[in-house]
Design a protein around this ligand. Structure first.
Ligand code: ZN
Ligand code: ZN
Ligand code: FE
Length: 317
């Protein structure tokens, strides 16, 4: 495994051949269930080392290339098994206190890597639905501890830095302010979090969760903010699950500030990309999106926000 630098786009690609041995919907027993080889018994949230990692502490020094830039794929890849219950469909099916324990485990791990020399970025993400390639259905999410800053986060940092330099205001705090004023795109809010489909959403049901306090890292969230995050995640994911006749496939990503450095202008948030544009209709990142980098959005975010907001009120008590 190694990191290969794309000199054209200026970003890293993680390359690993052990990934090819990954099981695809194995008929054999679930590796995340209690009593499996790596799991044991007596847990309700379990952190496992990914058996097919993209990054590893044991990653060898690459032999290099005469032209291209190659680096060691040093890092960690974890699986977070969110519940012992194999047959639960989604994170939102857990009760709030259980989701809180999932978040506490994430925060615990996040704090652990703050001062690790090679660690540059903590990325928690969750893929849901076979439509987007999820191989194991037992509820789980993943954590990558990366030796570089992901390129999407780099772009956010550059724009937030620039906005702060010009206006002396956090770009994300400003967006929160605007979304709170407009109201039409807000799908849920509680004491400390606001969830909305941004004005500039790319994916059909792209929901952003912002803490209203200006915070950079998971470990900076207070206990009550973590409880409120559990509540907001439960509500928003429940809404996405129930809006159509079939549960919506989605991706969920934590965007926090990189480790080390002065990122006071950045504002932690969670992004969820719900990929149905209608009942059972998948939105693909196709030619324009994947090749050009710009999304086409059929419809308007305000209409979808209204539908999602109503679904949460009526069907996610
Ligand atoms: Zn299982
Ligand atoms: Zn802010
Ligand atoms: Fe973001």
């Amino acid at each position: 495994m190694e990191l290969r630098w794309d000199p054209v786009l200026g970003e890293w690609v993680m390359v690993s051949s052990i990934r090819e041995e990954r099981p695809w919907h194995p008929d054999v027993s679930c590796p995340f269930c209690p009593g499996a080889e790596e799991t044991g018994y007596g847990w309700d949230v379990l952190l496992l080392e990914n058996k097919y990692p993209m990054l590893s502490l044991a990653s060898p020094k690459p032999s290099g290339h005469w032209f291209y830039r190659v680096e060691r794929a040093i890092g960690r890849c974890f699986i977070l098994v969110e519940t012992p219950q194999h047959d639960l469909d989604d994170l939102s099916d857990l009760d709030r206190d259980h989701i809180l324990r999932v978040l506490e485990k994430i925060t615990w791990l996040e704090r652990k890597y703050v001062d690790v020399e090679w660690a540059r970025y903590f990325m928690w993400f969750r893929n849901k639905g076979k439509e987007i390639g999820v191989s194991l259905t037992h509820p789980h999410s993943q954590i990558y501890i990366l030796p570089f800053i992901p390129s999407k986060v780099e772009r956010e940092l550059a724009n937030a830095r620039e906005y702060y330099r010009e206006n002396r205001v956090c770009l994300f705090c400003k967006i929160l302010d605007v979304e709170e004023k407009d109201k039409t795109r807000i799908v849920y809010r509680n004491n400390s979090w606001t969830a909305f489909i941004p004005f500039y959403a790319h994916w059909p049901y792209e929901v952003h969760l912002y803490p209203r306090n200006h915070i950079q890292y998971m470990h900076m969230l207070s206990h009550s903010e973590l409880i409120d995050l559990a509540d907001a995640l439960k509500k928003v994911l429940c809404g996405l699950k129930r809006i159509y006749s079939k549960p919506m496939p989605y991706m969920l990503i934590l965007h926090q500030a990189p480790y080390r450095g002065d990122y006071g202008y950045y504002h932690l948030h969670i992004e969820i990309y719900g990929v149905y544009r209608g009942d059972g209709l998948l939105k693909y990142a196709a030619g324009m999106e994947s090749g050009g980098g710009n999304f086409t959005y059929d419809g308007v975010p305000e209409d979808r926000a209204l539908l999602l907001r109503r679904t949460i009120i009526e069907r996610c008590r």
